[in-house]
Design a protein around this ligand. Structure first.
Ligand code: CMC
Length: 428
């Protein structure tokens, strides 16, 4: 029997099909609602609205489940590598050794950025936020590869753009950091793997070799895996909607970088560390800050807490909290911020305000402490998130194109003035 929901309006009823996903999620398909009833739906922030059918990432917010292409995040974080996960997301299956080698080698062909682009860095103010620099430079790639603008791309052309993006993003990101530091830029070293090459470009100096620490490489690789995709969040929806106008892939990804920058999204990892430092400077007590977070007349929010979808726990936060303890131990780092973070978490998790609203630590609560221990400065945290999210954005864009999805264009309910007569400027 066909599953459907019924909407009654003005004495008429309209049957709308209910569709079921492979994980038994149900949705009312309202595609015919407006043509049959004249109604549209209103859902600010898309809290109840599915924008697409997708086979990339599944998450169950109530049970704290996250899977990429059917593989549990816990297993991928423990056993896989970021490049394997990137391949999985973009091409839909785990690669064979041969496929992975080819993927890595293809990316290594494109790690340099055009020398003319190098000059762009000189034009930014020295304290430019790296996210602004990365977003602009990623968009600028479209001007260096104008063939990417052709909407009727062959799959080889799309693959080339994907390889360029995956290859150049670490170079652009590391150079944005060098710009911030006022240090000379370090060119890519293709003898190193993806994460090693990035760390080398970040921390080597012309006069000083960067000593690679396998614990640091491993921890960063794991963080990138945990950030690699998260279904239809703010930045991913942005990438899909920008791409749906047939804007090129570079520009669509650049739009995703900008969307990620905000403190309610990827920018939360920077905001968490800034919050913890503020608490530390204030003496380290957490109660005052918990009270501020609960006070509706105060704009302060507990950064790194709460999630639109997770209402039980964020599985990424669980893995990161453990990784955070391991990394600090391995590197012999004692960071008093972790004690403040744990104190905040404990008080918040036992407080009725946070309990009633199902507010738990999210992926960003502990990630900043790891980045800090790895030597990555606060302004670069959100860039690290973007680096990890890149394969997810690419996969989502690719899926949107292959589904032939229509241009994204929501409706609205107009609540402004009606029928006003123009009054000349002297009479106003
Ligand atoms: N501190 C204090 N109160 C909060 C917080 C918080 N961090 N998050 C939500 N609330 C309250 C909020 O005031 C509201 O209370 P009430 O029902 O009394 O009005 C209730 O909880 C529901 O919040 P909401 O803002 O309606 O929930 P949302 O789904 O629209 O927002 C969120 C989700 C992540 C934007 C929000 O929880 C938040 O601002 N968190 C802090 C920023 C943060 O850590 N962002 C990173 C998200 S995870 C990384 C990513 O993938 O982007």
């Amino acid at each position: 029997m066909e599953d459907f929901a019924e909407v009654s309006y003005n004495g008429k009823s309209f049957k709308l099909p209910v569709i079921t996903g492979t994980e038994n999620e149900k949705a009312i398909d309202i595609a015919t609602l407006r043509s049959s009833s004249g109604l549209v739906t209103l859902d600010s922030g898309f809290k109840n609205t599915g924008s697409t059918k997708s086979s990339i990432t599944f998450l169950d917010g109530e049970q704290g489940i996250l899977k990429y292409r059917g593989y549990a995040i816990e297993e991928l974080a423990e056993k896989s590598t970021f490049m394997e996960v990137a391949y999985l997301l973009i091409y839909g299956k785990l690669p064979s050794q041969q496929e992975l080698d080819k993927f890595n080698n293809n990316i290594k062909q494109h790690t340099l950025i055009h020398e003319d682009m190098r000059k762009f860095f000189e034009a930014y103010p020295s304290k430019a936020h790296p996210m602004g620099v990365v977003a602009s430079l990623v968009c600028s790639l479209s001007t260096f590869y104008p063939e990417s603008q052709n909407p009727n791309r062959s799959s080889d052309a799309v693959d080339l753009t994907i390889q360029r993006l995956m290859a150049k993003m670490p170079t652009i990101s590391a150079w944005a950091y060098k710009n911030l530091m006022g240090h000379p830029r370090i060119y890519p070293n293709n003898e190193l793997d993806y994460v090693g090459n990035f760390l080398n470009m970040m921390f080597a100096l012309p006069s000083q070799k960067y000593e690679m620490n396998s614990a640091v490489v491993k921890a960063l690789d794991k963080l990138l895996i945990l950030h690699a995709d998260h279904e239809q969040n703010c930045s991913t929806s942005t990438v899909r909607i920008v791409g749906s106008s047939q804007a090129n892939l570079y520009s669509s990804i650049s739009a995703g970088v900008v969307a990620l920058w905000g403190p309610l999204h990827g920018g939360a990892n920077q905001a968490v560390i800034e919050m913890l430092e503020k608490i530390q400077a204030d003496g380290g007590g957490v109660e005052k800050w918990i009270a501020k977070a609960k006070d509706k007349n105060d704009t302060f929010r507990l950064m790194g807490f709460g999630h639109r979808v997770y209402k039980n726990f964020d599985p990424r936060a669980k893995i990161i909290k453990k990784a955070c303890d391991d990394v600090l131990k391995e590197l012999g780092v004692h960071d008093p911020l972790i004690e403040i973070a744990k104190g905040l978490e404990e008080v918040a998790l036992n407080d009725p305000y946070f309990k009633e609203r199902n507010l738990y630590p999210n992926v960003d609560f502990y990630s900043g402490i790891i980045y800090k221990a790895l030597g990555i400065p606060t302004e670069m945290f959100t860039v690290m998130f973007a680096l990890g999210r890149l394969p997810g954005w690419i996969a989502q864009w690719k899926e949107m194109i292959s589904n032939n999805e229509p241009i994204g264009r929501p409706r609205q309910i107009y609540i402004g003035d009606t029928e006003k007569k123009y009054v000349s400027i002297e009479k106003r």
